[in-house]
Design a protein around this ligand. Sequence first.
Ligand code: FES
Length: 164
Amino acid sequence: MDTQKPYDPEHIQTIISECKVEKWALIPLLQKIQEAIGYIPSEAIKPIARHLKLYPSEVQGVIEFYAGFSMKPKGKHVFKVCRGTACHVKGSRSILSGIEKKLGIKDGETSADYACSLETVACLGACFLAPTMMAGKEYYGKLSLGKIPSIVDHVTGEREDKDT
Ligand code: FES
């Protein structure tokens, strides 16, 4: 997904109606919606439940259970800073402070222009590179506070390059 798209009920309904009416189809359907617009709008829960013959609370429960699903719109660039043990030992707290300062947002927040979101995660599975973070699908390892500004500029600068 390149940009955060506004909630469009017809688009969501099209995605839902293309989905098989099977209970196992819930997670793939949620993944499709999130891939299409970047999050699962709360307005989509009832139509999803109706289509799959589930209770809305079941759909909501699955969204809340899996950390990969979000009901809030996120920024175009999502930065994930690891706060796992290996990264903590190697100074992830100062990495988080540095990126918060650079982006002007705190952990769990999205910038007002929806350009960037910042999250912390338990482990990115690349402990040998600690301290680590991700921006989009890219890993950045062996981080130091001094590397943060150029990484953020590189990531957000890529967006401008693609748009021009
Ligand atoms: S603890 Fe940070 S990548 Fe595993």
